[in-house]
Design a protein around this ligand. Structure first.
Ligand code: NDP
Length: 240
């Protein structure tokens, strides 16, 4: 049984979430993995892991997964509110159902993950929330309209939460990555947007690996609880 505290990750079945699960597990933490693709989380084959099939749009599902993880490994000390989807597209022709999906997963899904652990962290006067925004939560891009909206939401909520939770010694850390090599582009249905994104990515020499995001997160988490790295903005060097 691990003596390190439990860390919880939404969107742990691929990309950045899977890399973070592996990095924190390698550092000795038990991990609670949440996403819809259970087989992909189980295939990571991490020790001291609880894998739960969760759709972050369902608040009760996240809460039930947290309860299951905590029954095995004690309180969640770190929640990575990471699950997200990027249906990038020309806003003039994008079906509004794609807006709904991004808004529900990237904003309400993040709040559902916060809600599942926040009151307990306040009571324990400990804990860390990592909030997945994006470089697109700091600046806008024309074919990222609703995606940018969801990520600006995460930035705003995180800054407000940070002020509120600082009195309870709970840390809030925003992540604003640039282009990271993951499965994220699989959600793009607009061929012109996809091509423009891929051309730009090629021009700057490609994205960086999700393991770099995970390693800086582990470093931030391992700082003493009274030291806070408020935001991590990590991009390929050549990304504008
Ligand atoms: P991936 O597509 O590889 O990972 C997305 C993860 O989110 C998957 O594990 C997926 O799991 C999960 N997910 C999506 N919808 C739901 C849902 N409704 N319920 C539960 N889990 C869900 O891409 P990334 O790793 O790149 O994306 C992770 C986060 O990083 C996203 O929020 C993204 O916006 C953000 N980001 C990514 C950047 C990049 O360049 N890659 C840059 C900046 C931010 P499953 O499908 O199994 O449910």
């Amino acid at each position: 049984m691990s003596t390190k505290p439990l860390v919880a990750i939404t969107g742990a079945s691929s990309g950045i979430g899977a890399a973070v699960a592996k990095t924190f597990s390698d550092a000795g933490h038990p991990v609670l993995l949440m996403a819809r693709r259970l087989d992909r989380m189980e295939a990571l084959n991490l020790p001291n892991a609880v894998c739960c099939e969760v759709d972050v749009r369902d608040r009760a599902q996240i809460r039930a997964a947290v309860e299951k993880g905590e029954a095995a490994y004690g309180p969640v000390d770190m929640m990575f509110c990471n699950a997200g989807i990027a249906r990038l597209a020309d806003i003039g022709t994008q079906p509004p159902e794609e807006w709904d999906e991004m808004i529900d997963i990237n904003t309400k899904g993040v709040m559902n993950a916060v809600h599942a652990v926040m009151s307990d962290m306040m009571e324990r006067r400990a804990g860390t929330l990592f909030m997945m925004s994006s470089i697109a939560g700091r600046k806008v891009y024309p074919d990222h309209t609703v995606y940018c909206g969801t990520k600006f939401f995460v930035h705003a909520v995180s800054e407000s939460l940070r002020e509120y939770l600082s009195d309870y010694d709970v840390r809030v850390i925003v992540l604003s990555p640039g282009i990271i090599e993951t499965e994220v582009l699989g959600a793009v249905n607009d061929p012109n947007t996809l091509k423009a994104y891929q051309d730009n990515k090629k021009k700057i020499g490609g994205g960086i690996g999700p393991e770099h995001v995970a390693s800086i997160m582990l470093h931030s988490y391992q700082m003493p609880q009274n030291a806070l790295i408020q935001e991590i903005c990590i991009t390929p060097t050549r990304q504008k």
